[in-house]
Design a protein around this ligand. Structure first.
Ligand SMILES: *[C@@H]1O[C@H](CO)[C@@H](O)[C@H](O)[C@H]1NC(C)=O
Ligand SMILES: *[C@@H]1O[C@H](CO)[C@@H](O)[C@H](O)[C@H]1NC(C)=O
Ligand SMILES: *[C@@H]1O[C@H](CO)[C@@H](O)[C@H](O)[C@H]1NC(C)=O
Ligand SMILES: *[C@@H]1O[C@H](CO)[C@@H](O)[C@H](O)[C@H]1NC(C)=O
Ligand SMILES: *[C@@H]1O[C@H](CO)[C@@H](O)[C@H](O)[C@H]1NC(C)=O
Ligand SMILES: *[C@@H]1O[C@H](CO)[C@@H](O)[C@H](O)[C@H]1NC(C)=O
Ligand SMILES: *[C@@H]1O[C@H](CO)[C@@H](O)[C@H](O)[C@H]1NC(C)=O
Ligand SMILES: *[C@@H]1O[C@H](CO)[C@@H](O)[C@H](O)[C@H]1NC(C)=O
Length: 459
């Protein structure tokens, strides 16, 4: 991974012999934060080729093996979400058009964020990440798609509706990792797939005021705690297999897993006008987030950072960790004083680690190592560093919290979206022989790369 990432940085980042200075940010200055985030965003977007000949609009190059490096489809959706937050915090509209067109290009034949092109690697979490991006666009009043295209809210509702009917009674409920039975990992029920669904349901409840979403979020939270994927101390584990009735819990902990549940719980807290039960859950999840993932106030992906054994996916998790913590301070404002100091120390460390590559400012993952670049680079690392930095505008400027349809939200919705299209997986074009073989290779590579350390990785 390290070698591949370095290759990417030399291939895709600005070449040239002169090394410019590393990232230098003053976190007490809004203009410094904005210009730093803009630089990191610019370097990140050099990886995107969707707007160039041969590229696919809306998606980053990849995944392996063709080319041998690259990104799974979900990470592109995650990147668009990060750029929506980027615009919201900084006011920089530079990427809005590319973001909007990128999402619209990937809504899929049934406008449910499940394009058949990606049916060989479609997890509920993959679809869920695009759904959370659509939800964010609605919440932040990101400019609407043109008339005739589905609204951001409708896209989030479509993801909700397709997934609400997809659970089964194995392990007493919950979503499987993969959408389709022919995909490896269909027998795994994992925390991120259910966490994305919970997160979207909670946010739809708050945005629309429709209690159906709230009920589904509660059902999902009850399941994940009953089965023990979130334990009584609010440790958040990765997943378990249906063959064992989900008793073989894979106890690896990733920062995005706890963060996706934390932000969902904060939205439930907000929707219920500050109920005691959701406060307890926010407190517990926040405690885990800060104690497990912020040693010394600096974000640390403890499952893979020490040996830099992170997969491409994992290099991006800190992006969601910081963005979702920041949003939590707005949904549950009493958490601000606990969260904001960590976001500040973490951002300072992240900026120091943007000191590598041929341009001297590629961001690594190892934020606790100061300015000694760890030799890794990629979309995930850029996205993580820029997120950590731009959320520090919270104490400096008036960053508006997510709206609802009662407080100015106007995104066009459709509570029926997706409910006719995707309840039946066989409606999606089945794999051809060739596609299947290709998918098998991808899966094998993923498993060889990940089983040693992680057993089953998510996404
Ligand atoms: C491609 O880039 C151009 C110039 O930045 C922009 O005007 C256009 O909207 C982009 N197209 C897509 C599909 O993103
Ligand atoms: C689907 O894949 C084909 C072949 O790679 C590509 O040409 C097309 O643009 C893709 N469509 C979408 C919506 O991504
Ligand atoms: C399977 O797990 C679920 C959830 O923990 C539990 O409710 C159910 O009783 C278990 N079934 C068996 C047969 O052990
Ligand atoms: C908000 O959305 C809900 C559910 O779709 C709807 O019942 C309600 O009328 C909407 N409120 C406003 C102000 O648009
Ligand atoms: C929260 O408070 C608002 C305003 O008082 C009220 O309309 C709404 O019903 C309350 N929500 C819940 C879930 O209690
Ligand atoms: C819900 O979020 C809004 C927007 O940030 C905030 O003003 C309000 O205080 C929150 N509600 C609670 C109960 O904290
Ligand atoms: C945070 O979690 C730790 C470990 O589970 C626990 O000992 C501690 O009491 C918790 N703190 C709070 C404030 O809940
Ligand atoms: C609430 O959402 C559910 C699920 O999508 C939908 O069936 C129902 O019609 C919605 N209710 C309202 C009042 O919009």
């Amino acid at each position: 991974m390290k070698m591949l990432s370095t290759l990417m940085s030399t291939t895709l980042l600005l070449g040239g012999s002169s090394v410019v200075s590393a990232i230098d940010v003053d976190l007490t200055s809004a203009s410094s934060i904005k210009s730093t985030a803009a630089t990191i965003a610019y370097d990140m977007m050099l990886y995107y080729a969707g707007n160039k000949t041969g590229g696919i609009i809306g998606v980053l190059p990849g995944p392996p093996p063709n080319p041998s490096w690259g990104y799974y489809w979900w990470e592109s959706g995650a990147m668009w979400g990060t750029l929506i937050d980027y615009w919201h915090y900084t006011g920089d509209t530079s990427y809005n058009d590319v973001v909007s067109k990128g999402i619209q290009a990937q809504v899929g034949e049934n406008q449910d964020m499940m394009p058949s092109n990606w049916s060989q690697s479609m997890g509920n979490d993959d679809q869920g990440f695009w759904g959370m991006t659509a939800m964010l666009a609605a919440e932040l009043k990101f400019p609407d798609p043109p008339a005739g295209e589905p609204g951001w809210l409708a896209l989030a509702q479509a993801v909700f509706n397709t997934q609400a009917v997809r659970g089964d009674d194995k392990c007493g409920g919950g979503l499987r990792w993969q959408v389709f039975p022919y995909l490896t990992g269909y027998d795994y029920k994992n925390t991120i797939a259910n966490g994305c669904f919970f997160n979207i349901a909670a946010r739809l409840a708050r945005y629309t005021g429709n209690s159906t979403y709230y009920d589904n979020a509660i059902r999902t939270f009850d399941w994940v705690t009953n089965v023990g994927l979130i334990d009584a101390e609010y440790n958040v584990y990765d997943g378990a297999h249906i063959e064992s009735n989900c008793t073989d819990i894979n106890k690896v902990e990733f920062s995005y897993n706890v963060a996706v549940w934390l932000l969902g719980a904060a939205n439930m807290y907000n929707y219920t006008n500050g109920s005691a039960i959701w406060k307890t859950r926010v407190d517990g999840l926040l405690n885990t987030t800060l104690t497990t993932f912020f040693p010394d106030g600096i974000a640390y992906e403890q499952a893979c950072e020490a040996k830099l054994s992170c997969t491409t996916d994992m290099f991006s998790f800190k992006a969601y960790l910081h963005r979702w913590l920041a949003s939590t301070t707005q949904m549950a404002p009493y958490t601000y004083d606990l969260i904001m100091p960590k976001l500040k120390t973490s951002a300072a460390a992240a900026a120091l680690q943007c000191s590598g590559g041929s341009n001297g400012r590629a961001c690594g993952l190892s934020w606790s190592k100061g300015s000694a670049w760890d030799g890794t680079a990629g979309v995930g690392q850029q996205m993580a560093a820029m997120s950590a930095i731009f959320v520090n505008l919270l104490p400096l400027e008036s960053v508006q919290p997510s709206v609802t349809n009662m407080t100015g939200g106007t995104s066009s919705g459709n509570s029926d979206a997706g409910s006719h299209s995707s309840t039946n997986p066989t409606a999606v074009k089945p794999a051809t022989g060739g596609d299947k073989a290709g998918a098998g290779i991808v899966t094998a590579i993923v498993l060889v790369g990940a089983t040693g350390m992680f057993g089953w990785m998510s996404i």
